[in-house]
Design a protein around this ligand. Sequence first.
Ligand code: SF4
Length: 381
Amino acid sequence: MHIPFCAHKCHYCDFNSHARAPIPWRAYADALCRELAHWAGHPAYRGRTLASIFFGGGTPSLAEPWLIARVLAAIRAAFPCSHDCEITLEANPDSVSAERLAAWRTAGINRLSIGTQSLNDRELDWLERIHDRQQALDAFAHARAAGFANINLDLMYGLPEQTLDDWLDTLNEAIALEPEHLSCYQLTVEPGTRLARMHNRQPLPLPNEEASLTFLFATRKRLAEQGYRAYEVSNFARAGRHCRHNDAYWRYRDYLGIGAGAFGKFDRGDRGAIRYGNLRGPERYMRQLHETGHAIAQQEEIPPRLAAAEAVWLGLRRTDGIDCRAFAVRFGATPWRMFAETLAPFAARGLLDHDAERLRLSETGLALADDIAAAVIQAAR
Ligand code: SF4
């Protein structure tokens, strides 16, 4: 469920997020419920049981709590949910309060993902975040006090002039809070952002490839020491606390995307898939929903071999890699057989581990995950 509104557009952000004042919450909630009704009747999704629900953004925590409650009620009316359905809300520290937390809990949110990014005020300032370190710490404490027992902290490294010690200070302080999950991503300069324009005018002192790997491996080492398993390249969790929602993407499962700019994907019945994306602008999204009952802006047919390549690309991000037997049942052959010519050179360099059961990146292969993925996708096109 995509909530595309933010109080301020951060310069590095390439998510579908829009600063609006006032935010048209009622009209947006109407549109979400209308789109939900559309997809609930679609043959690809009708009657399917939801294993997870994710309110992402944008800043879902900005939404009036009644909106979250109303949309969750509509989801439950439209689809069966598993008894242990993971229901996540992304929250920014500046829009977390005891009242909102209580309302989210009552509505059924059982997992919180807090956009902390850093616990250093200078870095938060540079990132144009509108919260400070103390607000981030308070948000976590309030969430615990409200009874949230499954919390993720989003953190970012590789900021200009950030030293490894600066980063480890934030990481250690985050670990001391004892969250169940940590997502640690490197800052990237995404095309089309204000940051990209700044970088083009005057190159930013960002870490080179070698320094980036130092950050990555130091992060993995520190979190492993503290009992967090790296179950994906950038995601770390206590036992049993991995994010089921994101893990479903990496397992190439079907998902339903609702809201402005949301994407969804479903099997098309011949080992291929269909992916669709909604209109990105909130006003156009709401207008089109009102007129036609859906807001699809683009739809892509993914033939079986390309779907298999995408499943390899995403599956290799998981530490457990790809279950080769399940893959063969789904796509007709193991990933190794389908993409032998492409994968063999990487395996020969020690970047991939494989046997009859699993195909996965080796520790050294982690650094080249994107190159391997690009080669497999290229081979399928
Ligand atoms: S708060 Fe998050 S979604 Fe909103 S602009 Fe900043 S980075 Fe983007």
